[in-house]
Design a protein around this ligand. Structure first.
Ligand code: X5A
Ligand code: ZN
Length: 697
């Protein structure tokens, strides 16, 4: 199951024919540069390449009025002066004689992509199109957009493929008000948008872009707006928005298809967005979306006006769609105070509509919007656009050195390997997963150590290898028979070869079952597991003699060689809501805050996770350590678990968890307590600004 790339050269034909500083950034080079970069990196060749077709007028009619379609059709015959006059009737729009053809190709590309994915020809894909679509309305062009590509694709998926729940994720830096208007009373389409807002002082200056616009009538709660009130939002803010707002709601919604309004003007260097997220952030966002809807993700290009930043972000997204691991995120994983205020305000506004947001408790509304109901804020008229500070030469130099960094690594010799006692040809492993036998304990240990070496050592400079399902027992045995721990043992030699040793490096263990006790003893932990503080007890305390639940265990270089922090919690929740809260609100924020070099996912006896839960956990944990994951599975586990883990670690879609069920009050209570304790140290756990009041941050 591959990735489609839909494109047509004709979409480069439309261009601005007169002087207009606002519109000139929407230029043909946006497509040609991005495509060239995809070719250079060998990514285009790995995709199923489809030539875009023109959408029919009936298809345009799924969203647009016949009069409007006729009007755009008419622009083909207009002269430059007439085109300019007509363009002036809309906000930030230009028409070109080729606009009608280009816009029909843009819609057609989105439709073809949806058809390919829903027919099962590919798992996911990207349509590289222009003009963009998300500002376009039933009878109006707006913000460079002529027809609403993504909205039409959603209606098409409903009418032609009978879908009932479609999620639209709009990560363009502008509010896709066009999509919002089209679906605001429709509960079958959940629209999520984040956007630069600055309390209403940023284009398109709409009251209805704020967090309290949540949809209407039967569509209440199916519009989710996350306004950014400051520029400079970065990787931590975007990931926090996904973990604490989008994903809880999306899992509860349980979409059959994810459409992405993939604008990259939300990336660093973009003149419109003025944000700070680096290109690899879009690989992470893409990966996070792929745990939904069986991985059926259809992305359609929207904005993105810094050619280099746009091209790199597009490459990152395609790489993630292809299943490659995402490079680790750079920079401090600490969300901005203003971002947390925004996240908090959406959670408050949406809590009445989503159980998943009620579970974690929300504080009262922070700050009323300073937006004046009469129209644009008066300060805008007085001060112009203060948010656009001119970039200094220093900024420009820093940006180009950042974008010059090589961030796409060569493909590793083996992306995923599996060690099994008795490899079985009947196991449905992907053909390019290396499967090796390790039946004797010594061989198993060696195989495991070799995978570990790949995952961490040799692979450090060539992406990362997501590796290894083996027999936990022999690993534990060899660890416990070696009192000084992994880093010094001869038969574990490959482990510390080129990477930092287990003690001095940052790694992150997700450990389940009774083996944690042995492991801790083997590592001579100064904090034996049984001394976990009482506030962790509700989540299950690790006890060497009594396997119970699942444990999260972190240690790192920041307090030297000691195991610095241990937390324990159970993931063994009977409800999907409880499990998801653990993963989204605790495990992933911890892991993203910690920025480990390696993630160990160990599923011991009685780990209590159902296969789809284990797969989801493993899939999501590929993010924080740049794909370096080592999964250890107990020998009592079923071959199905081995296969499902190998598949998701290899980049395939995680199986569905099934319908959402609300977490138990005990789970919620315990989780809140644990988060409260950990929040001061691990900032990605925060869902509200620390000062907790207006104007903070
Ligand atoms: C698709 C998109 C932006 C329009 C900005 C007008 N449109 N100032 O990014
Ligand atoms: Zn945009």
């Amino acid at each position: 199951m591959g990735t489609a790339l839909v494109y047509h050269e004709d979409m480069t034909a439309a261009r601005l024919l007169w002087d207009d500083p606002e519109c000139e950034i929407e230029c043909p080079e946006r497509l040609t540069t991005a495509l060239e970069r995809l070719q250079q990196r060998g990514l285009e060749q790995r995709c199923l390449q489809l030539a875009a077709r023109e959408a029919s007028e009936a298809e345009l009619g799924l969203v647009h009025s016949p009069e409007y379609v006729a009007l755009v059709r008419g622009t083909q015959a207009l002269g430059t002066g007439e085109l300019q006059t007509l363009s002036g009737q809309y906000d930030a729009v230009y028409f070109h004689p080729s606009t009608f053809h280009c816009s029909r190709l843009a819609v057609g590309a989105a439709l073809q992509l949806v058809d390919a994915v829903l027919a099962g020809a590919v798992r996911n894909g990207l349509a590289l199109v222009r003009p963009p679509g998300h500002h376009s309305q039933r009878a109006a062009a707006n913000g460079f957009c002529v027809f609403n590509n993504v909205a039409i694709a959603a209606r098409h998926a409903q009418r032609q493929h009978g879908l009932h729940r479609i999620l639209i994720v709009d990560w363009d830096v502008h509010h896709g008000q066009g999509i919002q208007y089209i679906f605001e009373d429709d509960p079958s389409v959940l629209y999520f948008s984040w956007h630069r807002y600055e309390h209403g002082r940023f284009w398109p200056y709409l009251r209805e872009s704020d967090a309290d616009a949540v949809g209407q009538g039967p569509g209440l709660g199916f519009t989710v707006n996350l306004p950014w009130n400051q520029v400079g939002m970065g990787n931590a803010d975007y990931v926090a928005a996904f973990l604490h707002v989008l994903l809880p709601v999306a899992f509860e919604f349980n979409p059959e298809l994810v459409l992405v309004s993939a604008g990259f003007d939300s990336a660093i260097g973009d003149p419109e967005g003025q944000m700070q997220a680096t290109p690899e952030c879009f690989a992470h966002l893409t990966q996070l979306l792929q745990v939904l809807a069986g991985g059926r993700v259809c992305a359609v290009l929207e904005g993105g006006y810094h050619l280099e930043s746009l091209s790199q972000s597009v490459c990152m997204m395609v790489q993630a769609l292809l299943g490659d691991p995402a490079p680790p995120l750079s920079g401090p994983m600490v969300p901005h105070g203003s971002a947390l205020e925004s996240i908090q305000s959406v959670r408050v506004a949406q809590a009445p509509h989503w159980m998943s947001l009620q579970q974690q408790g929300v504080a009262p509304v922070l700050s009323p919007s300073p937006y004046s109901p009469e129209g644009r804020p008066s300060s805008l008229l007085l001060t112009g656009r203060p948010e656009f500070k001119a970039a200094t030469t220093q900024d420009v130099a820093a940006l180009s050195s950042l974008l010059d960094q090589p961030r796409l690594n060569p493909t590793p010799p083996v992306r995923t390997a599996v060690a099994l006692a008795a490899p079985d040809a009947a196991l449905a492993l992907p053909s390019d997963v290396l499967c090796e036998e390790g039946s004797a304990p010594q061989e198993e240990t060696q195989a495991w150590a070799r995978w570990a070496g790949w995952a961490w050592g040799e692979a450090r400079d060539c992406v990362c290898t997501c590796v290894c399902v083996t027999h936990l027992w022999s690993v534990c045995r060899s660890v416990s028979s070696c009192p000084s721990g992994l880093s010094t043992t001869g038969h574990m030699r490959p482990w510390p070869r080129t990477g930092p040793s287990l003690h001095s490096g940052k790694s992150c263990t997700f450990w389940t079952g009774s083996w944690m006790g042995r492991w801790a003893v083997a590592l001579q932990s100064p904090q034996p597991v049984l001394q976990l503080p009482p506030w962790m007890w509700p989540f299950g305390v690790a006890c060497p003699t009594e396997p119970r639940g699942c444990f999260v265990w972190l240690w790192g270089s920041w307090i030297g060689p000691q195991i610095s922090r241990m937390t324990g919690m159970t993931l063994r929740s009977r409800t999907t809501g409880g499990f998801l809260s653990c993963v989204l609100a605790l495990v992933l924020p911890l892991a993203y805050s910690f920025q480990p070099d390696l993630v160990l996912v160990a599923l011991g006896p009685a780990h209590g996770l159902r296969d789809p839960q284990a797969a989801l956990l493993a899939a999501l944990l590929r993010g924080p350590a740049g794909g370096r994951v080592l999964a250890l599975v107990d020998e009592e586990s079923t071959p199905q678990l081995v296969v499902v883990l190998a598949r998701v670690l290899h980049g395939e879609a995680a199986p569905s968890l099934g319908p959402f069920s609300m977490a138990s009050p005990e789970d919620v209570q315990a989780l809140m307590q644990l988060r409260g304790q950990l929040e001061p140290r691990w900032k990605m756990l925060q869902v509200a600004s620390e000062a907790g009041g207006p104007g903070s941050g």
